[in-house]
Write a protein that binds this ligand. Structure first.
Ligand code: NAP
Length: 259
């Protein structure tokens, strides 16, 4: 299927590894010009080269912490008028809610709620003027079903989800589609964090803990980031203008809900 976005320009944040990288790769394959960010320069540059070599896409790198205003400004200076915005950032650390201070909460809000809101706010008017815009926010299964050790994520991402529910319907008439993509358990560095936390709590090995995680997934396996990237690219496609304000779960059926 031709996604109809060749020649468009996308910002994909937190894209040197994992799910962000997979989204950038899929968009690159569709002929989208890319601006990708991460904090670590070396891995970011290696990823940009790999995406460019694999897909032939133009890839610009911005070393930035997108949880900060300075980082957001750096990304926007490189690409003030994106057609496509993929909001992503590192997830907050696991822990016990008794221990989280106001500072911990502010960090989680900056990373997983306010940075996405700031970037949407800065770019959506241009999308409206140009009559095309796609925003995908990488959130989490934790929005549908809270994960106890990831309370900071449960809370911060729920805030972003509420904002998106409203603004997506305000801008939809201009062919601007804003949606959230909710990963369950995907094979990235990030999945090891809750595994380590649970293994410390239970005394079971990480391997046993991971096997326990997989046993709760009807699809019987951990997700492939490449599939996540393809879904993201579809949500950014010309065909996605009628998908508005949705929370699309990719979790192998793990969340036991009817809708
Ligand atoms: P990952 O493999 O650890 O990759 C994270 C990427 O984000 C790296 O490129 C990292 O590069 C970059 N990054 C982190 N913090 C950043 C910041 N402040 N500014 C710019 N770049 C930043 O993680 P992932 O599994 O792809 O997860 C992506 C998001 O999905 C996270 O929010 C995670 O919590 C959420 N999620 C993932 C899963 C899963 O199964 N993988 C499930 C639910 C939710 P640098 O460190 O160099 O900046």
């Amino acid at each position: 299927m031709d996604l109809g976005i060749a020649g468009r320009t996308a910002i994909v944040n937190a894209a040197s590894k994992g799910l962000g990288r997979a989204c950038a790769m899929s968009l690159g394959r569709e002929g989208v010009n890319l601006v990708i960010s991460a904090r670590g320069e070396e891995v970011l540059e290696a990823t940009a080269k790999e995406i460019c070599d694999t897909t032939g896409a133009n890839v610009q790198t911005i070393v930035a912490d997108v949880a900060t205003e300075a980082g957001q400004d750096a990304v926007l200076a490189a690409c003030p008028n994106p057609d496509i915005l993929v909001n992503n950032c590192g997830g907050p650390p696991p822990g016990d809610f008794h221990d989280w201070t106001r500072d911990d909460w502010i960090k989680a809000l900056d990373a997983n709620m306010l940075s996405a809101i700031a970037l949407i706010t800065a770019t959506v008017d241009g999308m409206i003027e140009r009559k095309f815009g796609r925003v995908v926010n990488i959130t989490s299964v934790a929005v549908k079903a809270p994960i106890p050790v990831l309370g900071l994520s449960n809370g911060a991402r729920a805030g972003l989800t509420g904002f998106v529910a409203g603004i997506s319907r305000q801008v939809a008439q201009h062919n601007v589609a804003i949606n959230n993509l909710l990963p369950g358990l995907f094979g990235t560095d990030r999945v090891m964090a809750p595994a380590r936390a649970q293994s410390e709590q239970t005394g079971k090995s990480i391997e046993e803990t991971m096997a326990g995680f997989v046993s709760t997934i009807p699809a019987g396996q951990i997700g492939d980031p490449a599939d996540f990237g393809e879904m993201c690219a579809f949500l950014c496609s010309a065909h996605a203008s009628y998908i508005i304000g949705q929370n699309i779960l990719m979790d192998g059926g793990q969340t036991n809900v009817t809708m």
